[in-house]
Write a protein that binds this ligand. Structure first.
Ligand SMILES: Cc1cc2nc3c(=O)[nH]c(=O)nc-3n(C[C@H](O)[C@H](O)[C@H](O)COP(=O)(O)O)c2cc1C
Length: 466
């Protein structure tokens, strides 16, 4: 694995902020990276006896260097030189094997105009002496305070491009020099995606578990997001779905419940009747949801998703408080069973949902991101919404749609890959935010569900493994 070294222990360091961006670049390239931060060095290493005997806590650092296939060193400039702690760290590592024939590349960060040219050239001398393989493309980042935004993120496109180009080149350099693959192969990537790719059981409209299993075998996927309501309503048919699936090698990875009284005829009817909003159905819905939560716990599901209903934009809206308290109740119910709860996206803008989730402030509540719903409900660009809601991502639905031509009416749900969702951008964002949850294919229209879901599976494998 490639190791990234943050070359300072200064609290609030800009070098650390640049290192975070470098981590993101490697994540986007699909290259595993381990970060070592000198701020985490054990205090005992600074005792003079460490020249002779290294404290046990230091082995995490020394072993990570010895096991790395390549090193990315991000260093600041302190007094025209390398930070003292970085040189001391190098002096503490095993000699000579730590850098011997080890590929290394450098990124320099400085407040001044020279962009850490001096410390990088000094490091090149040190690493040359230690027989490392030095990657020639260096990245200098002068006037660093002008390159970062208020949140400490890198905003300068030129620097972003140079860091990416260095990473691409360095990965090739490492692979050629060491005759190893540090990037997972396309087959490895596809296999890891296949393990996270599921089908929404309700999309297949099965009459019983045997039929559902047959359809899953035709599709060739082994994970299901299971509808909980049929298990509650018809235990004689669905009571053993988990055991039946498990015998066929199919896992239930998450659940979904609906609410009674939902009327999807028009945008207006669903606004009135959707989710936990209507008072007339709340009492019965709450009873059903409690049974569904028990079923989900028995099935050991990690995530359950549902449509909460249209959330009001403003806190001053009279229904805001009511909805807030109902959803808080649901959050407690599922938290007590150790289950994550995901709101289906789309019935409100990403910003409204973000504000609601921020105020709710529950670790176990987030979103089931559905890009098609953003289009169907005319709630904005799905990719921008995905970025906004990324911190709350619990699961994603793979579903596609085309926008309506008559505002205020439904758009059209279409087979995934044939609509307006920009799937390349969608998977790029998921890679950027390192999303590791399930991708569940949903299809709610059309007469050839199995074929459409197969096509969606192939589309995901092609796009997600790019
Ligand atoms: C002890 C010390 C010495 C520094 N010396 C220099 C210097 O010689 N040249 C320079 O451009 N910046 C210098 N700086 C400013 C850093 O370049 C600046 O803090 C930058 O953000 C990178 O360091 P950081 O990761 O600690 O934030 C110095 C900072 C510290 C803390």
């Amino acid at each position: 694995m490639i190791t990234l070294l943050v070359g300072t222990n200064r609290p609030g360091s800009n070098t650390r902020k640049v290192a975070k961006h470098v981590e993101q670049v490697y994540r986007e390239l699909g290259v595993p990276l381990k970060t070592l931060d000198l701020a985490d060095l054990p205090a005992e290493i600074f005792h003079p006896s460490s020249y002779e005997t290294k404290p046990p806590a230091f082995s995490v650092f020394s072993e990570a260097i010895l096991n790395s296939t390549g090193l990315v060193i991000v260093t600041p400039e302190y007094n025209g030189s390398v930070p003292g702690i970085l040189k001391y760290f190098i002096d503490m590592l095993k000699f000579p094997e730590s850098f011997e024939k080890r590929p290394v590349c450098f990124v320099g960060v400085a407040a001044g105009i020279w962009g850490a040219l001096r410390p990088i050239e000094q490091l090149q001398q040190i690493f040359g002496y230690r027989n490392a393989f030095i990657y020639p493309e260096r990245v200098f980042m002068p006037r660093i305070n002008q390159l970062l935004d208020d949140d400490g993120a890198l905003k300068d496109e030129d620097s972003i491009g140079r860091l990416r180009a260095q990473a691409i080149g360095f990965v090739e350099f490492v692979e050629k020099l060491r005759a190893v693959k540090v990037r997972p192969s396309k087959i490895d990537l596809e296999n890891s995606i296949l393990e996270r790719l599921a089908v929404c059981s309700w999309s297949l409209q099965p009459k019983n578990p045997a039929q559902l299993i047959g359809q899953m075998q035709q599709i060739g996927l082994n994970q299901l997001q299971i509808a909980l309501d049929p298990i509650r309503e018809q235990p004689e048919v669905w009571g053993n779905v988990q055991e039946d699936c498990s015998r066929a090698g199919i896992r239930l990875v998450s659940g979904m419940f609906g609410t009674i009284g939902e009327d999807y005829t028009t945008m207006e009817t669903i606004r009135r009747t959707g989710g936990v909003v209507p008072d007339e159905t709340w009492e019965q819905n709450w009873k059903n949801i409690q049974v569904n939560a028990d079923i989900a716990a028995r099935l050991k599901l990690g995530v359950v998703t549902f449509h909460a209903g249209f959330l009001p934009h403003e806190e001053s809206d009279p229904s805001y408080g009511k909805l807030f308290s109902r959803i808080s109740k649901l959050a407690d119910l599922f938290a007590s069973r150790n289950i994550q709860l995901g709101f289906e996206t789309g019935q409100e803008s990403a910003d409204t949902l973000r504000q609601f989730l921020t105020k709710l402030n529950r670790d176990n509540v987030g979103v089931n991101f559905d890009p098609a719903n953003m289009i169907l409900y005319e709630k904005g660009d799905p990719i921008a919404a995905l970025r906004t809601l990324a911190p709350w991502l619990k699961q994603c639905h793979i579903k596609d749609a085309r926008q309506t031509k008559v505002s205020g009416t439904w758009g059209e749900e279409v087979p995934s890959g044939t609509g307006e969702v920009d799937w390349n951008a969608f998977f790029r964002v998921l890679r950027e935010v390192n999303f590791q949850g399930y991708l569940c294919i949903e299809r709610e229209a059309g007469q050839q569900r199995v074929a459409d879901i197969q096509a969606a599976r192939d589309m995901v494998l092609t796009k997600a493994a790019l």
